[in-house]
Design a protein around this ligand. Structure first.
Ligand code: P6P
Length: 331
């Protein structure tokens, strides 16, 4: 089997891009670079935390130690800005979008959650980066505008995630299927390890924070009871798996089949997860892998964003499982 690196794969795929100037490839390469840098830091987080002084103190080089999610945010912003190919970024870590005024001639914008689930780092649980790429809608040559970011998921030209787990993997799509690359930390290269990823139409894993069950729509609790009963399509209870880290739950369900649910709750009436840089990119990926993503009734990819950090209820995974829970919500 040929050993394909992420770099070779990006170049190969670039031949089919409508914009063959290589800008999209350069964006993906920037994300690859920042991903390696962040992976390196995460893998020694425990060391930093417990041996090189707790976050907030000075590290051994005498630098102020940054929290890893701020650190990750800075790395992705730097990597995307320096190549002049992105005119602005919307990040979970920043209230407003960041305009790269020196890149007004660039055609793309990036939406990113630089380190989702970062509170899990202290307990050594997998975390992840989620990213989405769109072409700007404002005139090239002018400063980036809010409307460049408020685009529905169907306008994405690329989307993906990096999972920092037992290994670091980068999984992405440009609309021609989903491919996964695993980092060999010894040589700092991502290798194609999961070509043409497809998610099973059915699964037996459901991921939801069951502590919210009493505070969400009846259809959701009815679906959870269906999963836990012997009267479901499996004839036995599904497996409940909820890591509390979206990228980790999503990645496992993508590979094995399953559903992840973050519904609207009393605490989070419009859901907890963000449309632009969590739900839309993962929806692009799951649809490309043969799955489905909705807010319980509408396709995530067709929701028109109105705010940068807009939250939506999120049902994503195996198509038959999303259909099933939508049926319970419909009643
Ligand atoms: P809860 C992490 O904060 C996150 O955004 C996702 O990664 C995760 O799935 C979810 O929130 C966990 O939220 O309310 O169940 O703790």
């Amino acid at each position: 089997m040929s050993i394909t690196t992420l770099g070779e794969f990006i170049l190969e795929e670039q031949k089919d891009f409508p914009d063959s100037s290589g800008e999209l490839s350069s964006i993906l390469s920037s994300i690859r670079l920042a991903g390696k840098i962040v992976s390196n830091q995460i893998n020694k987080a425990g060391l930093a935390q417990h041996i090189m002084g707790a976050a907030g103190s000075e590290n051994i080089q005498g630098e102020a130690q940054q929290k890893l999610d701020v650190y990750a945010d800075n790395q992705f912003i730097k990597a995307l800005k320096v190549r002049g190919i992105v005119c602005g970024i919307a990040s979970e870590e920043n209230d407003d979008f960041i305009a790269f005024n020196e890149n007004n001639d660039a055609k793309y914008v990036v939406m990113i959650d630089p380190l989702d689930g970062s509170s899990n780092i202290d307990v050594n649980v997998s975390v992840g980066t989620i990213f989405s790429v769109c072409k700007r809608v404002s005139p090239v040559g002018s400063p980036v505008e809010l409307r460049d970011f408020l685009q529905p998921g169907i306008q994405q030209v690329a989307a993906g995630y990096i999972i920092f787990g037992s290994s670091t993997m980068l999984v992405y799509t440009t609309g021609k299927g989903v491919n996964g690359f695993t980092l060999d930390p010894g040589i700092g290269v991502f290798f194609l390890s999961h070509p043409a990823m497809k998610t099973p139409k059915n699964g037996k894993i459901y991921s939801i924070n069951e502590g919210n069950i009493k505070h969400c729509a009846d259809g959701v609790s009815e679906y959870v009871r269906y999963c836990q009963s012997d009267q479901n399509d499996l004839g036995k209870p599904y497996t409940g798996r909820y890591i509390g880290s979206l990228v980790a739950d999503f990645h496992r369900n993508l590979l094995k089949g399953g559903i992840y649910i973050y519904p609207s709750t009393k605490e989070a009436p419009t859901g907890k997860l963000r449309l632009l840089y969590e739900c839309s990119p993962l929806a692009f990926l799951i649809e490309q892998a043969g799955g489905k993503a909705s807010n319980g009734q509408d396709r995530i990819m067709e929701i028109q964003p109105t705010k940068l950090h807009q939250r939506v209820p999120f049902f994503i995974g195996s198509v038959n499982m999303v259909d099933k829970v939508e049926g319970f919500l419909d009643t």
